[in-house]
Design a protein around this ligand. Structure first.
Ligand SMILES: Nc1ncnc2c1ncn2[C@@H]1O[C@H](COP(=O)(O)OP(=O)(O)O)[C@@H](O)[C@H]1O
Ligand SMILES: [Mg+2]
Length: 307
């Protein structure tokens, strides 16, 4: 089922009172988010990620198009559309002199959900803050602040969680903890997530799909498998064999693109063809010791997407 349906959405910022040209922040974007998936929104600074997220959350009006969440139009039925969404867009608004716990208690009362201490404790545990929850918020690291913000965002058990650059500014340790948290949130709560970032490698271990945003447009949406290995017809494999040169001659006979590199035969082919290639090599007395898919470089991917 589709949780979010974005259709032909555009957003233009007009600078009032200034002689500046309008900013086309989001241009004709269409994108669906499936229930249960983690969708990465990847783009350089200024690509339009935050604007698109604000449009999904109804925080800024769109110039064209429509967005539906759980079937409800964000513009026409805002309250219903947003009732099951949790979000962390800018730094969380929490009180510096309250402890983490006091902040969450206060917020839960404010929300009118005044949840039990047990339930709150399980959320604190999920975001990995149990040990420091009684420390003052101002003593938290950026990563801890972000995780408390996420605790706040998931208190009302949302079906969709939207996080805008949650790893921005975190050190490698903080990024690792955040990544583990995303995977846990998906596992424990089954929550659908949209996570934006300008760093692809941060998304690679977390997301199911990635939408590539360039200058306000979604240029491509790829599954993680496609991100890593390309489309099926153009996948690269390395076959380590006893006689690579002889293997190359046999495989080239098939009209398959192949070459020898570092004692391995590199072939570009559909993955369904690999089994019969290996069999043919073995039938011709060549031993195949190992076979691997070759991951594409991030540079290759950027070239392909940004064109
Ligand atoms: N409130 C605003 N008023 C005018 N221009 C804006 C505003 N917010 C963002 N922009 C512009 O819109 C473009 C997209 O920005 P943004 O959505 O913040 O990108 P990202 O989150 O990917 O860095 C940028 O050119 C930015 O300067
Ligand atoms: Mg942004």
């Amino acid at each position: 089922m589709k949780i979010v349906e974005i259709e032909n959405v555009s957003k233009i910022y007009l600078m009032r009172g200034k002689k500046q040209s309008p900013v086309y922040a989001v241009t004709n974007v269409s994108l669906d988010v499936e229930e249960g998936e983690i969708l990465g929104l990847l783009g350089a600074n200024g690509a339009g990620k935050t604007t698109l997220i604000k449009l999904i959350l109804g925080l800024t009006p769109m110039n064209e198009g429509s967005i539906r969440i759980n079937g409800y139009d964000v513009t026409k039925s805002r309250a219903k559309a947003l009732s099951k969404i949790g979000a962390l867009v800018e730094a969380p608004t929490l009180f510096a002199n309250f402890t983490g716990w006091e902040n969450l208690k206060y917020y839960s009362k404010l929300q009118g959900c005044d949840m039990s201490d047990d339930k709150l404790r399980s959320i604190v545990e999920l975001v990995g803050l149990s040990e420091r929850i009684d420390s003052k918020f101002r003593t938290y690291s950026l990563g801890m602040k972000q995780r408390l913000g996420i605790a706040q965002a998931i208190m009302h058990s949302p079906s969709l969680l939207i996080l805008d650059e949650p790893t921005n500014g975190l050190d490698p340790d903080g990024i690792l903890q955040m990544r583990e948290l995303f995977i846990n949130l998906k596992k424990e709560l089954g929550v659908t997530m949209i996570i934006s970032s300008h760093i692809l490698s941060e998304m690679q271990q977390v997301c199911d799909r990635v939408a590539f945003m360039v200058k306000g447009e979604i240029k491509a949406v790829k599954t993680m498998d496609e991100v890593n290995y390309g489309v099926n017809a153009l996948r690269k494999f390395s076959l380590e064999c006893s006689d690579c040169e002889a293997a190359r001659l046999i495989i080239a006979e098939r009209g398959v693109d192949c070459s020898v590199k570092d004692n391995a035969l590199i072939v570009t082919a559909e993955q369904e063809q690999i089994g019969s290639m290996v069999k043919e090599l073995v039938d011709n007395g060549i031993n195949v010791y190992a076979m691997n898919r070759i991951k594409r470089s991030l540079e290759d991917l950027y070239k392909e997407v940004a064109q």
